[in-house]
Design a protein around this ligand. Sequence first.
Ligand code: WT7
Length: 662
Amino acid sequence: MSTPLENTTASAHVFPPPAEFAAAAAATEGLAAAASADRLKFWADRSQQLLHWHRPFTEVLDWSGAPFARWFADGELNVAYNCLDRHVLAGNGDRVALHWEGEPGDTRTVTYAELTRDVKRAANLLTSLGIGQGDRVAIYLPMIPEAVVAMLAVARIGAVHSVVFGGFSSESLRARIDDAQARLVITADGSWRKGKVTPLKPAVDAALAAGPTTVEKVLVVQRAWASDQKLGWQDGRDLWWHDEVAQVSDEHTAKPFPAENPLFILYTSGTTGRPKGILHTSGGYLTQAAYTHRNVFDLRPETDVYWCTADVGWITGHSYVVYGPLANGASQVLYEGTPDTPHSGRWWELIEKYKVSLLYTAPTAIRSFMKAGREIPGRFDLSSLRLLGSVGEPINPEAWLWYREVIGADRTPVVDTWWQTETGGIMVSPLPGITTTKPGAAQTPLPGIVVEVVDERGTPVADGGSGLLAIPEPWPGMLRGIWGDPARFVETYWSTFPARETGPVYFAGDGARKDPDGDIWLLGRVDDVMNVSGHRLSTAEIESSLVAHPWVAEAAVVGASDETTGQAVVAFVIIRSRHAEDAAAAGTTDSLRAHVAQQIGPIARPRELFLVNELPKTRSGKIMRRLLRDVAEGRAIGDTTTLADATVMRAISERFTAEHHA
Ligand code: WT7
């Protein structure tokens, strides 16, 4: 299966934009020139051009309360109006907003006029349930049109959504409901995944059964089962979505809200056991989502069919399934299921069926398709594709080249986009009509965005050097805080580097390198955050889940490199001596792995779990994860001189080797 590309080094290949692509591209050189001439004016112009402001802003940025930023603060807009009504008013009501495809093959086509009407009804319903500006609504839904409708309805009335990924457990859901003090949960009976129904409503029931809660009502979308299906039902609390929306008007006038009105909270893992509620607001966030979606993906709303494969439970689903594409009036595919159900060509079949032209997905997916072989996509007509995007983790050059060659017919530009839940939108990416791309590199900060690679003191490194990724200037889509924890916000993101004259410097948590041309290459996290299949997981969160198990005395978790998922969770566990016998019985490691999956969600289940007698610690008691990572990745163990007890590592690695060869 060797191709000419595999025989040469990746860095030898660069790909200038195809001439026809460059000639018609949304983003031109003028963008960068305008941004460097006057950055704030650049953003003001973008915002005015891309969005409808009910009340125009006069001030662009207020950074006087740094690191708490205010963008376009005296302006007023309605986020949902920007994603819906204005497109209908402009005569585009018949344009398809969503080509929805359920995993079993059922489909729904939703136009902008229909989506607007559905959101108006849902907004009326929320109001009738007593939800108003600033109230928090938890959304625990699969990838169905109602997920989009629910998010936009919450936004439309100035309330705040907290979408919880459907793969998270009832305990994770409960923790998020409590932290945000949500008054309402919107869920579904279940969702189709891998040919089966994954129940969701039962998880909500379990979450709410765990003690007194702020939740007053649960709205349930009927997706997976027939209406006579027995679901736990609490009268007075639980309501069927379809019954309720049928009873309210489909007339609703979108009211303007201040640009800094909170739009959503999205929880993400940090370096401690407790997830952080990342807070995003309205005007700046929507400006950056729309701007990046248009320019990075070269969107032509009249003709393109766009597909972002991310779930709405992650930031990619917020910014590049819901807000960016809909603000731009795009037509997109929304798919409920997994890539390999009912067959391994499902994605390519969907691309052929809907003539997808812009595809945005994650390296982990690309690598698993590579593994399955090019014959599978080769059976489908992918000639509609004209641009491919990547997000979630560093993309290895081999996967980048395969993506371009096999999926993009050696013709489409590939954009590797670096950003985070916290940044709200894409920050570093090639612009497909301008940048000569390099496989594996995110390359350049977008016009209007300032990103640097700095050393530990916050000084920019020279081209050719490596260091940490830092953002020295505020940007419109930036997080406005951690919900309920301003001190943690300042400490986590703004205290790593000395402040500059212009204000504090944001630390992203990523290592990066600048090549001799000044292009940025991301090197992965430098903190105790893992990236598994493009999903962020905290070592501390999994460790605390493990030590909550009665058998476990101590646990250490590391992210070990994995060929497909980027990183994989590997756990080292010390069993309490009085449980040693239970633990010696077969199945212990599996039941501890299942415990983590049940407590946090299946994505957190350790790939491997090793029972050890001791953990390598420094004299001050800090676990040396670096050494455990060496073991988990099968490398020679690094420097152990700072260990309190140097014999510990020998014992661990002997056990590891024995188990691997067992
Ligand atoms: C972390 C953010 C951005 C939406 C999906 C993940 C890593 C993300 C890239 C990329 C290298 C990347 C970083 C970042 N990451 N995109 N193109 N190249 N690394 O969002 O869960 O907030 O995770 O994902 O480590 O810090 P997230």
